[in-house]
Design a protein around this ligand. Structure first.
Ligand code: OGA
Ligand code: NI
Length: 343
């Protein structure tokens, strides 16, 4: 990666660097609670690992067992990994190499609207425009791409055709998982087939450049996802952390697995049965990290209503939810999320 492909973090956040007293004290391992200032010290763990081949090859008991594992992990962790997920390693590798190519372009090229990449306006993002200190800066860059845009983009471009193939496969997986999660709530639902179309979902390609002070700066700030569920393909560098039982834990990368996490919409739809769990990305000084996230979303008009009574949240449209999140970020500097919709 050439130097001029990195976003100008140092220049943009120079005043924060100047103000920050870099903490060189060696923290004790016991300080790694959810309030820890030392995200690099959190313990690594294995997420629940679920073999999806059982859904196709298993007998009835095995199929049901697999579905129960998916539902249980979504309740207890809000996060799990799947293997034998039906997306070939060739396609995953192709997606990754195309992603690397895009990010390796000069920063000026990436940040210039669409000139070369053919993405919609504002799809390239880096850092945190609203940050007031280093702790609020996301040391990462991303292309956030509405899937409705991909097929419309230059079909001869290998990146867009790879993204299209990737999205098609991943969206099948998302539909399958959503249906299982609905079924386990006692809902035989066509809701997801009807409302979460590939044209309403998003792909996000992330790059986390090496960071000179990883103990002070996140790759991605703690957040929950504002979708039904997210499918993440990460490389082997590591850095993803999530909250489990009020403690931050680090996810150990598994080259065969995709990571699934429940988003806010599924938590609301399931009436708090499935958990949309806070997660973040930590940086490191040595190597860049790549990940690709697929956000399984409905159209903006879709109304999210809990599947059972008494409901914890009032019903809201996805558009309303997005707007609320944006307003909160603007007014408070952070996303409030579901608590705004409590009844
Ligand atoms: C996200 C996200 C995690 C990662 O894009 O919402 O949580 O590992 N990404 O990049
Ligand atoms: Ni996320």
């Amino acid at each position: 990666m050439s130097m001029d492909s990195d976003p100008p973090f140092h220049k943009a956040y120079k005043s924060f660097f100047d103000k920050t007293i870099i903490n060189k004290a060696v923290p004790s391992p016991t300080s790694s609670g959810s309030t820890s200032n030392y995200p690099l010290l959190v313990e690594e763990c294995d997420l629940p690992l679920i073999d999806l081949s059982l859904l196709d090859l298993g007998d009835e008991a095995e199929i049901d067992n697999c579905k129960s594992q998916i539902a249980r992990a979504s309740q207890e962790w809000g996060f799990f990994q799947v293997v034998n997920h039906g997306i070939s390693s060739e396609l995953l590798e192709k997606m990754r190499s195309e992603q690397k190519k895009v990010f390796s372009q000069p920063f000026d090229m990436k940040s210039q609207e669409n000139k070369y990449l053919n993405f919609s306006a504002g799809s390239y993002r880096w850092g945190t425009p609203t940050a007031t200190c280093l702790r609020q800066v996301a040391w990462s860059e991303a292309f956030h791409i509405p899937l409705s845009n991909i097929s419309g983009s230059d079909g001869l471009n290998t990146l867009s055709s790879t993204m299209e193939q990737f999205a098609a496969k991943v969206s099948n997986l998302a539909q399958k998982l959503a249906e299982i999660l609905a079924e386990k709530l006692g809902q035989k639902s066509t809701f997801f087939q009807e409302n979460c179309l590939s044209s309403t979902c998003f792909l996000r390609m992330n790059r986390y450049p090496p960071c000179p002070i990883p103990s002070e700066v996140f790759g991605l700030m703690p957040h929950t996802d504002s979708d039904f569920l997210t499918i993440l393909h990460q490389d082997q560098v590591g850095g993803l952390q999530l909250v489990k039982d009020d403690t931050w834990i680090a996810v150990k990368p598994n080259p065969e697995a995709l990571i699934i996490n429940i988003g806010d919409l599924f938590q609301a739809w399931s009436n708090d049965v499935y958990k949309s769990v806070e997660h973040r990305v930590v940086t490191n000084m040595e190597v860049e990290r790549f990940s690709t996230a697929y956000f399984f979303c409905p159209s903006y008009e879709t109304v999210i209503e809990s599947c059972c009574e008494p409901s914890v949240y009032r019903k809201f449209s996805f558009g309303e939810y997005r707007q609320q999140v944006q307003d909160d970020v603007k007014n408070f500097g952070f996303k409030v999320g579901l608590p705004k919709f409590l009844l």
